[in-house]
Design a protein around this ligand. Structure first.
Ligand code: FES
Length: 112
């Protein structure tokens, strides 16, 4: 029996690696492919900005992606770009609350 690709994607597990300011990996954990990054950083107990409770308007949950493959993350939409811009965040950063992860990534936040 053939499974469709979306079923396969949902069953896939991806690894999240967290890097501190010194460039060392200080934590790694697995989540299901397609999961919301912010939700699982919070579940893991990692400090992550949350001023707007994850609705994408405060810009506090910005993270820098250190390593990823081309299709590791959900596409950055205009709303996310605007929030980053309004909150003076770099355009190449991502808002964890608006980002879904599909492949292994390494990321850093300014306060880790
Ligand atoms: S928690 Fe506010 S933008 Fe992500």
């Amino acid at each position: 029996m053939m499974e469709n690709s979306s079923t396969n994607d949902l069953a896939k597990i991806v690894k999240i690696s967290l890097m501190n300011k010194s460039g060392e990996i200080f934590d790694e954990f697995n989540i299901r492919s397609g999961s919301n990054l912010w939700v699982f950083l919070r579940k893991r107990g990692v400090p992550i900005g949350a001023a707007c409770s994850g609705v994408g308007v405060c810009g506090a949950c910005n993270v820098k992606i250190i390593q990823m493959k081309s299709e590791s993350l959900s596409i950055q939409n205009n709303f996310e770009k605007e929030t980053l811009q309004k909150n003076n965040k770099a355009q190449n950063e991502r808002l964890a609350c608006l980002t879904r992860v599909f492949q292994d990534i390494t990321l850093q936040a300014e306060y880790w």
